[in-house]
Each structure stands twice: as C-alpha cells, then as structure tokens.
Design a protein around this ligand. Structure first.
Ligand SMILES: Nc1nc2c(c(=O)[nH]1)N[C@H]1C(S)=C(S)[C@@H](COP(=O)(O)O)O[C@H]1N2
Ligand SMILES: [Mo]
Length: 208
C-alpha cells in the first residue's frame, strides 16, 4: 500500500516549495464564462496532414479517458497535493492529429490569449492530461472548467486552465508567463522558476 498512513514515507515536495492545505486558486485575469455553443477545442499549426481539427465539448466524451493523481506546484511557492484528475490523455490528441515530423514544441492556448509553451515530449508525457474532472466532480469555473491541461511534472503555469487549442510548433516560442520572467522549461525538481536561470539552449531567442 502507498498513501499517507503512519508508515508512509515522508512526502517529497520540490525544493523551495511549501505544502498548503486545500487548493488555492491562482491565475492572471478574469474567469471566463463557458458558452457551449461557441466553445471548441482546436488542434492546429504544423499537423502532419496540414489540416486542423476541432471538437465540440460533447464530442470530447467519446475520446479515451484516464485518471492521474498528482501534486500541483505553483512557481510562486505553494504546492497542493493529491489532485485526482480525470480526462483525456494528451497522447490521444497526438494520435488522432499527428504532428508533422519537424514539430518540436506545442503552445497550449487558453481563453484570453493565455498560452504555455511545452516541449513536445512534455506534452506527450504519460501523465499529461486534458482534464475535465477533479476528485470526481467536473472542474469548477475558477480551476478551469470545462477543460484544463495538466502537466504534473512542471510548474503550474504550464497547466493552462480554460484550454481552447493546441498549436503544433516547429520551433519554440514563449508563452504568457515565459515572456514575463518565468523559466521556459519549468522543472520544479530543478527549481527552474525564472527566465534569468535559463542555461544556454533552454529558451528560444536568447541571443536576441
Ligand atoms: N488560463 C490560465 N491558466 C493558468 C494560469 C493563468 O494565469 N491563466 N495560471 C497558472 C498558474 S501560475 C498556476 S500555479 C495554476 C494554478 O492552478 P489552480 O488555480 O487550479 O490551483 O494555473 C495555471 N493556469
Ligand atoms: Mo503559479
């Protein structure tokens, strides 16, 4: 058995993080309202076929679903634990809409132009999930309803709430927080918080 019983090993959280109870809400800007008739999820950019694909929200239920249990690490310090996410594995997206062979990164786009760039390998990691549910309930509005990307092995800013599109990229491009001083790669175990910590080659456009 694993878990939080008396014999469980001490929980490991990434360096410099503090454990918080419950689940704080953290994002920039307002919470969007879900309008089902206008909503879709779009996969575009450098697809192998050259065509883009969209799903209406109800059509997402036909895709395979998985459960992922993971902690959430905000780069400003709080770590909340034991989130049970339910949704579509990101690999289902790349299988249904294969990227062109030269795709190296994706931009995960949310409402209001928020975007997080990811290496393709981070997007297709086994635990990366397009979540519709949390702890058995649909996501709440402030946590990303109806759909959010969750990339458990990276800081929270790589997990856009209110996800609307995946854009396949043939070169890296900075997302919203990555343009505003946050690390391009965002590995919490390496404490990759800020862009000034980036080593050569870890971010795009570093030579101006
Ligand atoms: N659309 C959008 N998604 C976002 C953000 C944001 O500003 N906009 N902030 C990110 C950050 S910095 C964190 S830590 C997590 C927090 O998720 P939570 O509010 O569900 O805890 O959401 C991420 N997803
Ligand atoms: Mo964050």
């Amino acid at each position: 058995m694993t878990g939080n019983g008396p014999d469980a090993p001490p929980r490991r959280i990434p360096p410099g993080q503090r454990l918080v109870q419950g689940w704080p809400v953290s994002h920039y800007g307002p919470v969007p309202r879900f309008r089902p008739e206008r909503w879709n999820l779009r996969v575009h950019g450098a697809t192998a076929s050259g065509a883009e694909r969209t799903w209406a929200f109800d059509d997402l239920t036909a895709l395979p679903h998985v459960t992922v249990i993971a902690d959430l690490h905000c780069a400003s310090g709080p770590t909340s634990t034991d989130h049970e996410w339910y949704g579509i594995p990101a690999t289902a997206i790349t299988e249904l809409v294969p990227p062109a062979p030269d795709v190296t990164h994706v931009m995960a786009w949310a409402e209001y132009g928020y975007g997080a760039n990811l290496r393709l390998a981070d997007f297709t990691a086994p635990e990366t999930i397009l979540a519709t549910h949390h702890n058995g309930e649909p996501l709440t509005a402030e946590h990303g309803f109806p759909l959010r990307l969750v990339v458990p092995h990276l800081y929270g800013y790589k997990s856009p709430k209110w996800l609307r599109a995946i854009e396949y990229l043939t070169e890296d491009r900075r997302g919203f927080w990555e343009e505003r001083g946050y690390h391009n790669l965002a590995d919490p175990w390496k404490e990759q918080r800020y862009s000034h910590q980036e080593a050569p080659g870890e971010g795009p456009g570093q030579d101006g």
